[in-house]
Ligand binder design. Structure first.
Ligand code: SAH
Ligand code: SF4
Ligand code: F3S
Length: 496
């Protein structure tokens, strides 16, 4: 929703009355209340109040952070990237253990900042907060945290913030810090609240949630436990959101879901992901469509057909394989074999010969033998990925894999991990070279951070290109000749 419409909506709300029970009206009510408080405090301090949101994890979290920032802006905060702010929100990830450690580490720094600024609020949200053990630890040992909420009630942020302001006003010096903390975690919900304010990081490209949660329960993965059951958004809401984005200057969208290939199955009028893509394709003015993530078990011939015939879907498919060993894939609960995966890859390449394939791979899943690992290397060689995200297996308490026998020793995992990286680098360097000399369409994204005579853009296959240009090109689609391949990116020159 644009800023003018939000302003109009807020003007109609009477904050002297009781809060409405319906959403999103209730949240607009609390945004207005919080905004009056923020204005008062800002007048007292003689400066604007600042808010900083730090995002960990995946595209889902990045999108959620945009929603949080939209709410903060509506309340009247000035957005900053500096953590020396009046409110700092960490939107956390818990997919691997080191994601959690990072957050605990940085909280110590926030504690110091809060000592310098007594009005400062610290809020934690996101996937890590859906773990009861984490919340318990924070409640007892990190009592300077003001607000904790989860992945299912992000839309309620204004209400929680207002409650925290009220708490601060009503508490005395004797109130224990941990009793001041607002903790609101929901286990799961079917609710999808539409029409809330949302800021966008880029003016020309945007992520659009098409579904939330995940039903797959891959045996190593914590996401289904922290993001809840799979629920799809209504296609009408998705299309309307994209149309508004396009009207606002967006040319590229990324459809987001943990497993986009199973989109629409739980709707009253079920539709497939391939059908949704066809509808999105029709939106005039939209130039590029991306999506992630595709689960190999649900990749349909229909989807391949739609990708092949589309003029807008980008030339890239992220298809996480996780392992090349059928034995391990079964233990991972992935519902495909190495052979099925390779067949899918063959089908895609037959339909779209120059498609760029990328993947996710886990090294050191419990019981992984040298033979299993060799199977993974074999898939990497056969598929010839343009790039791959590689992860060392991380034990997540509560997942079936955490209690499996034969956890692989650290030194063995590290050695395999390095071999995998070397293999991927060799292959992606060779793959990238093939495009040298070609002229391709590039969406210009930003000025180059190291050299201000250059701008950086993305090709349809998601690779980066740096070329001479200025920031007036940002958001435009231009043609660039790929002069020199530098393994993970190109140096190019603009043709038109
Ligand atoms: N829904 C997506 C992935 C989401 S998580 C999919 O199914 O492809 C992103 C990646 O993190 C996964 O693909 C997997 O490779 C990795 N991952 C998830 N849990 C992990 C764990 N416990 N240890 C290491 N890597 C993990
Ligand atoms: Fe995790 Fe598997 Fe769901 Fe992806 S599909 S989020 S890896 S459980
Ligand atoms: Fe992390 Fe949650 Fe995404 S656990 S990877 S931020 S869904």
């Amino acid at each position: 929703m644009d800023k003018i419409k939000i302003k109009e909506k807020l003007e109609l709300i009477d904050i002297t009355k009781e809060a409405p029970d319906t959403e999103p009206e209730r949240q607009y009510y609390f945004m207005k209340k919080a905004s009056a408080y923020v204005k008062k405090l800002s007048d007292e301090l003689g400066r604007p109040l600042k808010a900083c949101t730090v995002t960990f994890g995946c595209q889902m979290n990045a999108r959620d952070s945009e929603k949080i920032i939209g709410i903060l802006e509506t309340i009247g905060y000035e957005i900053t990237e500096d953590e020396k702010a009046d409110i700092v929100i960490y939107n956390t990830c818990t997919v691997r253990e080191n994601a959690n450690l990072k957050v605990y580490g940085r909280l110590g720094y926030l504690k110091k900042l809060k000592k310098q600024n007594p009005n400062m609020k610290i809020a934690l949200c996101g996937c890590m907060m859906q773990e009861p053990t984490v919340v318990e630890k924070l409640r007892t040992s990190y009592t300077f945290v003001d607000i904790i909420f989860g992945t299912h009630n992000i839309y309620k942020f204004a209400e929680l913030l207002w409650t925290s302001f009220e708490n601060q006003r009503l508490t005395t010096k004797k109130t224990k810090a941990k009793d001041r903390m607002i903790i609101d975690i929901w286990k799961d919900t079917d609710k999808i609240v539409e029409s809330l304010p949302s800021e966008r990081k880029y003016s020309f490209k945007a992520g659009v949630n098409i579904m939330f949660g995940c039903n797959n329960f891959c045996s190593y993965c914590i996401v289904p436990y922290v993001r809840g059951r799979e629920r799809s958004r209504n296609p009408i809401d998705i299309i309307r959101e994209i149309e508004l984005l396009v009207a606002d200057g967006v040319v590229e969208i990324m459809l987001l879901g943990q497993n986009v290939n199973s989109y629409g199955k739980n709707l009253d009028d079920p539709i497939t992901f391939a059908q949704l893509l066809k509808e999105v394709e029709k939106i005039e003015g939209l130039k590029r469509i991306r999506f992630m993530t595709s689960h190999p078990k649900d990749l349909s011939p229909d989807l391949i057909e739609v990708m092949k015939n589309s003029k807008k879907i980008c030339n890239h498919l992220h298809l996480p394989v996780q392992s090349g060993s059928s034995r391990l894939l079964e233990k991972m609960n992935r519902h495909y074999t190495k052979e099925k995966y390779l067949q899918e890859v063959a089908d895609i390449k037959a339909a779209i010969p120059d498609i760029s394939l990328t993947t996710d791979i886990i090294v050191g899943f419990p019981g992984e033998t040298e033979e299993d690992f060799e199977e993974t290397l074999d898939v990497v060689r056969k598929v010839e990925y343009d790039s791959a995200y590689t992860f060392i297996y991380s034990k997540r308490t509560g997942t079936p894999a955490a209690t499996m026998d034969n956890q692989v020793p650290e030194d063995v995992v590290k050695e395999r991990f390095q071999r995998l990286l070397d293999e991927i680098q060799t292959i992606s360097a060779k793959r990238s070279k093939r495009m040298e000399g070609m002229e391709v369409e590039v969406l210009v994204e930003e000025e180059n951070s190291q050299d201000d005579t250059l701008v950086t853009g993305r090709m349809s296959n998601n690779m980066l290109v740096h070329f001479e240009g200025d920031k007036s090109l940002i958001g435009q689609l231009v043609t660039v000749r790929l002069d020199e391949c530098k393994n993970f990116y190109y140096l190019g020159s603009r043709v038109s």
